[in-house]
Structure formats: C-alpha cells, structure tokens
Design a binder for this molecule. Structure first.
Ligand SMILES: Cc1cc2nc3c(=O)[nH]c(=O)nc-3n(C[C@H](O)[C@H](O)[C@H](O)COP(=O)(O)O)c2cc1C
Length: 325
C-alpha cells in the first residue's frame, strides 16, 4: 500500500510506532522498521545526548531501513540540551524526527538544514495547522482515545481526523486508539495517510519492557484507563492501578487547587520501575483505550503483516462487495 506517508518516509507500510518513554529503545524501533513500518527511538529516555548517539548506533546495526527519533518538548524549567540531542540525531544519520509537546519551531531550522523530515504530534486541528505553517513535513493527529497526553479538547478521532482532512495540506497519520486493520482502513477513509500506534506496540515480543506490562495491557479492557493531571492542564491517559486511584483521590479532594507537588511521587520518575522492573503499581503510566482491543503479544512483523493483509481483505472484500449489487 502506497500513501503520501510511505512515500515521504521511504517505508513499505503506512504504520508508525510512536515514541514512548522507556519503551522506544533500539530493539523495538529496529523491529518495527525491519517489518516495513517506521520505528521510533524515544530521544529523552536516553539520559544524555551521548547515550542517544549510542542508541542510534545500536539501531543502525540492527536495521538498514529508515527509523526515526522522538523529541518531546516538555514544559520544564530545566530544559534538556535539545540542540545537543539534535546533533546526535544528525551525526547518527537519522532522517526522520517525531516532535511532540511544545511548538518545535525554534529547532526546525537545525533539523531541516540537515535534511531531516519532521512529523509533529498534535491533539487539535489548530495545532496541526500551526505545525504545517512552520514547515513540518507531516502531522500525527492524536485523538482523545490515545495513551499519553490527549490535550485538553477531548475530541475523539471520529471527528478529529475528518476535521484535520478538511484543513491540512501536509500528509497526516491517525494516532490514538488504533491497533488493528479495521482501524487502519477507517483512518484512511477519514482522510489520514496512515496510522501511528503506541500502546499496541508495547504488547509485542520485541518491546523491551517487563512481561508484566504486556500482560497488564492484554488483560485490560477499554474501560480500564483514566485521565489524570486534568486540574494541572497536563492531562494524561493512563492505566488504572493503585497509583492512578490515589492520584484521582487527591485530585478529587483538592480540585482545581491540585499542585504537581501533591502527586509528583506517583507521576514522576516512575517509568523505570514500571517498564523495566515490572512493578505495576509503582506509579501512573500511559496506556490507551485500545488496550481493550489487544489480546496477544505478536512479533512486530506478525502484527504489521496481519494489519496489512487484513486491511487489503477489508478493502477488496467487505467494502467492495457493498457496492457490487
Ligand atoms: C507508555 C507510553 C509512553 C509514551 N511516551 C511518549 C513520549 O515520551 N513522547 C511522546 O511524544 N509520546 C509518548 N507517548 C504517546 C505515543 O507516542 C502515541 O502518540 C500514543 O500512544 C498513541 O495512542 P495509542 O496508545 O492509543 O496508540 C507514549 C505512549 C505510551 C503508551
């Protein structure tokens, strides 16, 4: 299947693995890229630009296919040394960057001058248009269903994607809540040029996270996520667990007076404990509603092949037969 996204990134299938903290290591990015999708290393999971350079080198050893790096621009007082991270990306020969969080405008010239294609992740049409206007090559449109940060507008993809299609000129992928072929075909029908998946790729053989994390996603239903940090306007969709219940309790009690200090132990710095050690109640961790559709732990190749084969069957089979009478 060829779309504007496969052409832009030189990939076989219109499937991207979104950057994920403590999940997007070289092992996963290379597996996705080797399967014909676009794998993405999570830049800031690497503690220093030197560490990122090593992770990129490792990924280069594991695949000859294109892969990308995610750079998340955080609202933080002590910003990471972004120019040095970008330098590691350039020196490593990476030609695709997924930006997320704050407006990446300040760093675009550095990347564009190095021939890097930038896909910016947005949770609204207005932010997508902004990304297009500052020169991003593509947009990842992240609906309310998504694992991680859905923004504050709460617009699900059934509305957000066709709205993006009405407004955007650059290619865009559907992100959030996606895990199977039906949803790929639906995304294409809604105007997207492909899909971006996060949660679905955690439950794969190559995702270098503790088996407990994969088991929790497989066991979860679509009812098992919750939104935390809404009072801080930094909403995050996470899996229900003891830490999530505690955060929600504090937020109910303190309402709009909730401060980050009230919950920081439950939301900050917990990923190594969850993802690496498999301590499932150590803190809140991002997970999408799509958990309700995930019930196996395939290899990335099995997953991507399955999605592409079934998508073709849906398009040539079910959809075409609807017209044939
Ligand atoms: C565990 C986890 C960690 C994530 N970490 C990041 C991150 O560091 N930066 C980022 O831009 N997006 C992050 N995301 C969001 C994903 O890249 C992707 O946009 C999202 O998962 C899509 O929704 P889905 O999970 O429903 O597929 C994370 C998502 C998950 C599930």
């Amino acid at each position: 299947m060829q779309t504007r996204i496969t052409k832009l990134f030189g990939i076989e299938h219109p499937i991207i693995q979104g950057g994920m903290h403590y999940v997007g290591f070289a092992e996963l990015a290379a597996a996705v890229s080797n399967a014909g999708g676009l794998g993405i290393i999570t830049g800031l999971t690497q503690k220093t630009p030197e560490d990122l350079a090593k992770e990129i080198a490792k990924c280069n050893d594991m695949t000859d296919k294109p892969f990308g790096v995610n750079l998340t621009f955080l609202p933080s007082f002590t910003a990471p040394p972004y120019p040095e991270y970008i330098d590691a990306i350039i020196q490593g020969g990476v030609k695709i960057v997924e930006t997320a969080g704050r407006n990446p405008e300040k760093y675009l010239p550095l990347m564009k001058d190095a021939g890097i294609k930038v896909i910016h992740k947005c949770t609204s049409v207005r932010h997508s248009l902004k990304a297009e206007s500052i020169g991003c090559d593509a947009v990842s449109v992240d609906g309310f269903e998504c694992g991680g940060h859905p923004g504050e507008d709460d617009i699900p993809n059934m509305i957000l994607l066709p709205r993006a299609a009405q407004e955007l000129k650059v290619p865009f992928v559907a992100s959030g809540g996606i895990g199977n072929a039906q949803q790929l075909v639906a995304s294409l029908a809604l105007g997207a040029d492909g899909i971006n998946m996060g949660t679905r790729f955690i439950a794969t053989k190559e995702a270098p996270v503790h088996q407990n994390v994969k088991d929790a996603i497989i066991a979860a239903s679509e009812l098992d996520t919750a939104l935390v940090m809404r009072p801080l306007r930094n909403t995050e969709r996470v899996l229900m667990n003891k830490a999530t219940e505690k955060v929600l309790e504090i937020e109910r009690e303190k309402g709009s007076n909730t401060k980050i200090e009230d919950i920081v132990d439950l939301v900050g710095g917990v990923y190594p404990k969850v993802m690496t050690e498999g301590d499932m109640d150590a803190g809140v961790w991002s997970c999408g509603m799509v958990a309700g559709l995930i019930d196996d732990n395939p290899t990335c190749k099995e997953l991507i092949d399955r999605i592409m084969t079934e998508a073709e069957d849906i398009i040539k089979g079910r959809l075409e037969t609807l017209l044939a009478s």
